[in-house]
Ligand binder design. Structure first.
Ligand SMILES: Cc1cc2nc3c(=O)[nH]c(=O)nc-3n(C[C@H](O)[C@H](O)[C@H](O)COP(=O)(O)OP(=O)(O)OC[C@H]3O[C@@H](n4cnc5c(N)ncnc54)[C@H](O)[C@@H]3O)c2cc1C
Length: 512
């Protein structure tokens, strides 16, 4: 068996790369996905299909059949391991995610370019953001209207009372209203863009793969786990996979790793590509020393303020999240490093406690974590230490975010609705030290892990891929997923991952 292109992992990026490369009938494309595939929409399980309400949260719950159910350490103060969900089905994390559809800020990509990643400025990336979307509400030079991914916003007349209260509180505090969150100049409070149509989560399996399944040059193999990349010297020649209890080797002209920011570095290390000392300790022969693999682990640390509402406040069965507030922390040189989002469902699920919430997120943390192999066994999950809030600047900004959120919740806009703020308690808020301790106990992942195989210029020893996403030190191997981000963008990561995938498909086509 030999294919021109083997795509490892059918998640957000893998679905896009497979769909774009197979546009050329002369290319044979094999898409390998460890999880199941549901080619018939009527067979798609509700927890993958329904993106509103609470049913969609079942897919990401620990132990769900569509979740790898990794764990990591958030801070030393948290004794219990933090759940780290990643999607395991065709569509990957886009099949279990929250469908927030927000591009990175222009400053994110301009910073990547300024670090030596030529060709990755905002203006370089903009055509790809336009190419992938079909925005029903905003039509201008920044938006796409004929891409595969449908994008919608909740119009103001549909906002539940608690969303309207958040809007009133934020505008009363002086934040401007800019409805289009994906406009490059948007700041303040905006409508949250969403890739959800009539309650259906528009995953990359539905948007990119469903329309092209008939292609004879595209082979999709679900329930196949890649164990390692087969290297012939320094050339990637294929992959070793586990399928139905047997092991196979499949040959490929080029391998594109799209296994996500946990599994892509894991697969590199299992193949002998990574920090040499770590690999030797596990008895893995070193094929090429790449010290950056698994380092630079980025995410958006967040915490959740929780409150109970008065009797009679209407429930919202769809748990609509219509808004978000992007602002710049006091004294910050990086604009829009903070996001407040009302009624995030994350902690409801984590704590099994039906409180209403406002999520406070640090969207450009100074700190970073790391990921490493614990075993040469491909079935052993890697270890992850997020090291949240070790940097005092991160702690200071998240503390300010919680106090800002409290000022909203204790103000006039919310007065008709709030019975009691449950967390943090008045004692937690009494001093900065008390609040810092509460934050360390209650900070968690936004599910936006990225950066673990970062892109960088030739003079960066920690760069894992070059600016055309080729893995350094070997040939015929690229990575295209959330792991290549040099730093996490100031936004949820799915749209930026889509853009990366769209770009690598063009790189591959151009490179022959
Ligand atoms: C619960 C949750 C909620 C989120 N909410 C949002 C949101 O609302 N908005 C947003 O923008 N972002 C959100 N994100 C983040 C976003 O979904 C991810 O950044 C994005 O999907 C990453 O895409 P990827 O291609 O890098 O990885 P993934 O989409 O995770 O794809 C990796 C794929 O590789 C497969 N794979 C892994 N290892 C192997 C192997 N050895 N062999 C074969 N296949 C393998 C996996 O099964 C998976 O299908 C969320 C993520 C999660 C988990």
């Amino acid at each position: 068996m030999k294919y021109d292109h083997i795509i490892v992992g059918g998640g957000t990026a893998g679905c896009i790369v497979a769909a774009r490369l197979s546009e050329d009938p002369a290319r044979s494309v094999l898409l390998l996905e460890a999880g199941p595939d549901f080619p018939d929409f009527t067979q798609l399980p509700d927890m993958l299909k329904l993106g509103w309400g609470t049913v969609n949260l079942e897919a990401r719950a620990a132990g769900s059949p569509y979740n790898w159910s990794f764990t990591g350490q958030a801070t030393p103060e948290q004794a219990a391991p933090m759940p780290v969900p990643r999607g395991k089905a065709l569509g990957g994390s886009s099949a279990i995610n929250g469908q927030t559809f927000i591009r990175g800020a222009p400053e994110d990509f301009d910073a990547w370019a300024a670090e030596g990643n030529g060709g990755w400025s905002y203006l370089d990336c903009l055509p790809y953001f336009r190419k992938l979307e079909n925005d029903a509400d905003f039509h201008d030079d920044f938006h796409g209207t004929d891409g595969p991914v449908p994008v919608r916003h909740h119009q103001r007349e549909t906002w539940p009372a608690l969303q309207e209260a958040f809007f009133q509180a934020a505008t009363a505090a002086g934040y401007p209203y800019h409805p289009d969150v994906n406009h490059p100049e948007a700041t303040g409070i905006s409508q949250r863009a969403e890739n959800n149509i009539d309650g259906v989560r528009m995953s990359m399996a539905l948007t990119y793969i469903a329309p092209v399944r008939h292609r004879l040059n595209l082979t999709i193999r679900p329930n196949v786990q890649v164990n390692r990349i087969v290297l012939e010297g320094r050339r990637a020649g294929g992959v070793e996979v586990a399928s139905g209890g047997d092991t196979f080797v499949v040959e490929g002209g080029e391998i594109v790793l799209c296994a996500g920011a946990v599994a892509s570095p894991q697969l590199l290390m299992l193949s002998g590509l990574g920090p040499a000392r770590q690999l030797r300790e596990l008895g893995i022969p070193v094929a090429a020393e790449l010290p950056g693999v698994g380092q630079n682990m980025r995410d958006h640390p967040n915490t959740t303020v929780r409150f109970r509402v008065k009797d009679g406040v209407p429930e919202d069965p769809n748990a609509m999240r219509a808004l978000r507030l992007r602002y710049t922390a006091t004294g910050s040189a990086t604009p829009h490093d903070m996001i407040l989002s009302p009624a995030s469902l994350n902690t409801v699920v984590r704590d099994d406690n039906p409180a209403h919430t406002v999520n406070c997120g640090l969207y450009l943390a100074a700190g970073q974590g790391e990921l490493w192999l614990t075993s040469a066994d491909p079935n052993a999950p890697p270890a992850m230490n997020y090291r949240y809030l070790e940097n005092p600047w991160d702690l200071e900004r998240l503390r300010e975010a919680v106090r800002l959120c409290m000022s909203f919740l204790e103000g006039d806009a919310y007065a008709p609705y709030i019975e009691e703020i449950i967390a943090p308690t008045p004692a937690d808020l009494e001093t900065d030290a008390a609040l810092d301790a509460w934050l360390r106990r209650n900070v968690s992942t936004s599910y936006h892990i990225s950066g673990t195989c970062k892109m960088g210029p030739d003079n960066d020893p920690m760069a894992v891929v070059d600016t055309r996403l080729r893995v350094r030190g070997v040939t015929n191997l690229r990575i295209a997923d959330a792991s290549i981000m040099p730093d996490v963008v100031r936004a949820n990561t799915n749209v930026t991952t889509m853009m990366i995938a769209e770009r690598v498909a063009d790189f591959i086509k151009a490179d022959g």
